[in-house]
Design a protein around this ligand. Sequence first.
Ligand SMILES: C[S@@+](CC[C@H](N)C(=O)[O-])C[C@H]1O[C@@H](n2cnc3c(N)ncnc32)[C@H](O)[C@@H]1O
Length: 335
Amino acid sequence: MRRILLCLAIVSTLATVALAEDKPAKPEGVDKICIEAEAVHPLVKSGIARAFLDAAPKLPRITDRKLYLDEDTRTYYSPQHQKEIEEQQGITLVEKDVSENFFYNTKFGTPIAYVRALELYAPHSEDYLAGKRILDFGYGNIGQLRMLAACGVDAVGVDVDPLFRELYSQPEDQGEVPSDSGKPGNVKVIDGRFPEIGDEVGDGYDLITSKNTLKNGFFHPEREVPKERLVDLGVSLEEFAKTIHKALKPGGVFLIYNICPAPSKPDEPYKHWADGRSPFSKEMLESTGFRVVSYNANDDKETRMMAKALGWAEPDRGMDLENDLFGTYTIAIKK
Ligand SMILES: C[S@@+](CC[C@H](N)C(=O)[O-])C[C@H]1O[C@@H](n2cnc3c(N)ncnc32)[C@H](O)[C@@H]1O
């Protein structure tokens, strides 16, 4: 009921704006994420996924955020670093507004798409989130971490892109998050290449997940791809698997979920991100000490249903879901 009222409130506010300006207002930021959560809700079965979606309205509003851009290097700096960089480098950075939309979607899209990973995780766990510890490798966006924290999760994200260090640098972005579960959650984002920065990430995780980061095409491309477009773990895949294994609790879950476009045809430019298979072989995961319960499992139907609910087939996104959207996942449990 609360969710329905909230959505009605958003729709009514947008209608008022539309009347005032005489053109349809498009929902943005948290409003848009709430509408997406509502649209996906009928598709999910687990308590974990439902709790995650119900947390969308708890995302804090983002106002008056600025970043400062070095136009030559395309590097962004937070207000705290602006003066220091300008003085050190004798340059003037360009002030840029950070919209709520960018704060919660960045370059990678809605945090709501994480719901598929959580729905896949649910059968391998007690069906609740409160009190769990979850690591998102290559998080790319704080939205899903904050939503998890609002469900009582100790949510940790690690990402090597320095943009996120600057974007999520205000004191209120991280730390304790109130939760209805009785246990407060927590958000922590760690800047750097994992596992090189291993100690800060720590261990005792119930779930380590990675969405759209651990794709075979980022490690073993079938055609030549510039090095900077690949994922550099700084260690071998074997070492990485061992680090993940060590960071999980016994019985903890390592879940790779990838959404991909159709593979390139021989006469098309190569899309290495279309190969969403696990970069780790099943044997490697098993010899590391995992029980592999799903390996490169097909999630096309469910991913497409989610994408349809999220409006990815609508004219502004224009995706051909049946022919150009694929989902795949691998689930390995620490023995
Ligand atoms: C395609 S994006 C996916 C972002 C997000 N998980 C999503 O699904 O929307 C891949 C992310 O992985 C990060 N990444 C790549 N290699 C990494 C590493 N070794 N350690 C931490 N993050 C890494 C990138 O900076 C990028 O943000």
